[in-house]
Design a protein around this ligand. Structure first.
Ligand code: ATP
Length: 318
């Protein structure tokens, strides 16, 4: 029975065939995406197959996504099909420096209509870890569904992790920073990037950003730094504190082809390693390796390594 539950959006990313503004892009390729879906698939590749709760439309894109999840090893028992609302779409633009922009087709789409209690308590029984993300908090009822799941997961004794996944384009109805603070308060572990924290009134190096997260209640904050690797900061309440409360790993040098989903692969690596009781220094090394390998191919779900591939990659670098 699964040790990990992941919940949140599954959507279609349309990737442009060229760099530059969206108005100039003629063709796109369709990729399965959504940060929680990426995490779920990455966990399955790492032999930590989660229970995944999501909602897509009863439309051809929903068919494709459900099919993709199944083919990539994620059970689809808790993939809801909305009879009315459509599957979310995100058109991605790539700038010249590989920075990304999004244009979302996501008004009242299926993923925003996940409801509190949609995942029953029985699905949380015996589960050690529950992971959710910030996109679901930008709309109701998925916002309350996510907060409700976090609360029930805590009551069930699971470790709760949260990834802000800042997408400024999506925040209209609710305040981003206030929502993040509320979510941090319900999480044990937060994985974020400096960009996720840009709207917070905190300046300084990654460990200072991590401390701003810990101030809200979590016992562990992880910051990913792109090609520079990652940092973990823990508070006294952490079950994983090694000798140091700040652990860093420089990452691995690769030639990235597409960094989409690197952060999600990192999250999956962290969860898989922590559920396996690895020490934090090993957690960061493992998660950075999973993420680095993921950047070497196009698409968030296509180059995900299994444990053997991670081992081979690390051996080669050692
Ligand atoms: P995304 O939003 O694209 O999923 P992110 O912005 O959340 O990614 P990043 O901090 O860019 O997350 O990257 C996450 C992890 O992926 C890094 O901590 C690192 O391990 C790995 N990574 C990303 N970019 C590179 C790179 N250029 N070279 C090596 N590793 C990388």
């Amino acid at each position: 029975s699964p040790r990990v539950v992941v919940a949140g959006e599954t959507l279609i990313d349309f990737l442009p065939d060229r760099e530059g503004p969206l108005s100039g892009v003629e063709s796109f390729s369709r990729r399965a995406g959504g940060a929680p879906a990426n995490v779920a698939v990455a966990l399955a590749h790492l032999d930590e197959t989660p229970r995944f709760w999501t909602r897509v439309g009863d439309d051809p894109f929903g068919d494709f996504l459900e099919d993709t999840l199944r083919k990539r090893g994620v059970p689809t028992e808790y993939v809801e099909r909305d009879p009315v609302a459509k599957t979310s779409l995100a058109f991605v633009a790539h700038g010249e420096k590989a920075e990304r922009g999004f244009s979302f087709y996501r008004d009242e789409t299926a993923d925003t209509r996940m409801e509190p209690g949609g995942l029953p308590d029985s699905a949380l029984e015996g589960v050690e870890w529950v992971h959710v993300g910030g996109v679901a908090l930008a709309d109701e009822p998925s916002r309350e569904a996510t907060f409700d799941l976090m609360r029930r997961a805590r009551e069930a004794g699971a470790t709760v992790s949260f990834d802000p996944n800042a997408r400024p384009e999506l925040w209209e109805a609710f305040d981003y920073v206030g929502s993040m603070r509320e979510a941090f308060g319900l999480a044990d572990v937060v994985k974020a990037t400096p960009e996720d924290m840009a709207a917070f009134d905190v300046r300084g190096d990654p460990s200072e950003l991590a401390h701003a997260i810990l101030d809200e209640g979590p016992h562990t904050a992880l910051l990913t730094l792109g090609g520079e690797g990652s940092v973990a900061v823990t508070s006294d309440g952490s079950p994983w504190t090694a000798d140091l409360s700040v652990v860093a790993h420089d990452g691995y040098e690769v030639t990235p082809v597409d960094t989409t989903g690197a952060g999600d692969a990192f999250t999956a690596g962290v969860i898989a390693a922590l559920v396996g009781n690895e020490p934090l220094s090993e957690v960061l090394a493992f998660a950075n390796a999973v993420a680095a390998v993921t950047t070497t191919g196009a698409g968030a779900m296509t180059t995900l390594p299994d444990r053997e591939a991670v081992r081979a990659f690390r051996d080669e670098r050692a």
